[in-house]
Ligand binder design. Structure first.
Ligand SMILES: N[C@@H](CCC(=O)N[C@@H](CS)C(=O)NCC(=O)O)C(=O)O
Length: 220
């Protein structure tokens, strides 16, 4: 059994989508970011960075994994799915996963902060992070010119990048004029496991959690 500590955010949804795709049993623990539950001493034992998501594998000596990209790799390797086994295919998938972890995640995350949450509008910061996110989307657009998924078959690189592209409008970043990206987003969004994963921890609390998170960030 796997315990998933998460909230309704793109990084959290990577883990829940992957668990749904694998069809393995897991227990959801909703971490309320607004209340700072991700910073409690108990939670910091499983995620020293004090963020979500985290998984704890109860069938593997209560092994804890933090960082959403590392969670995707751990689950892919444990269950032998969604990550090619050959050296080149595996490297390609990890390259596009790192592209999201080191690029789209941080840039779009900051776009959210300055466009949505910050107490004052500082336009240069909004422009910088939105433009950089759009530039990264254009890299995906080019990659998807001649393929349905980022690395041949649907896999962890698609899941990671999808959860961020999927909330582009929340970040104020357009995907107009990027037809390959739109088609890829729609293809992934149509998967039943993706829809189930996006509803974790509970789609009814998603809007509320976004607002709570904004309030929390402003208080820091
Ligand atoms: N690189 C980390 C980023 C995790 C992250 O930033 N999580 C956000 C939600 S998407 C969070 O927990 N924010 C609460 C906070 O900053 O205290 C990962 O991919 O797991």
């Amino acid at each position: 059994m796997i315990d998933l500590y998460t909230a309704a955010t793109p990084n959290g949804h990577k883990a829940s989508i992957m668990l749904e795709e694998l069809g393995v049993p897991y227990t959801v623990h909703h971490v309320n970011l607004a209340l700072g539950q991700q910073k409690t001493p108990e939670y910091l034992k499983i995620n020293p960075n004090g963020r979500i998501p985290t998984i704890v594998d109860r069938d593997n000596g209560d092994f804890a994994v933090f960082e959403s990209g590392a969670i995707l790799i751990y689950l892919a390797e444990k269950y032998g799915r969604f990550l090619p086994a050959d050296v080149k295919g595996r490297s390609e998938a990890i390259q596009w996963l790192m592209f999201q972890m080191g690029g789209i995640g941080p840039m779009q995350g900051q776009a959210n902060v300055f466009f949505r949450y910050w107490h004052e509008k500082y336009q240069p910061a909004i422009d910088r992070y939105q433009n950089e996110t759009r530039r990264l989307y254009m890299v995906l657009e080019k990659r998807l010119e001649d393929r349905d998924y980022l690395c041949g078959e649907y896999g962890i690189a698609d899941i990671a990048n999808f959860t961020w592209v999927n909330i582009h409008s929340w970040s104020g970043v357009s995907i107009d004029g990027l037809p390959n990206l739109q088609a890829w987003r729609d293809r992934i969004r149509a998967r039943p496991a993706v829809q189930r994963g996006l509803a974790v921890p509970d789609d009814r609390v998603e809007a509320k959690v976004m607002v709570e998170t904004a309030q929390y960030i402003l208080q820091r």
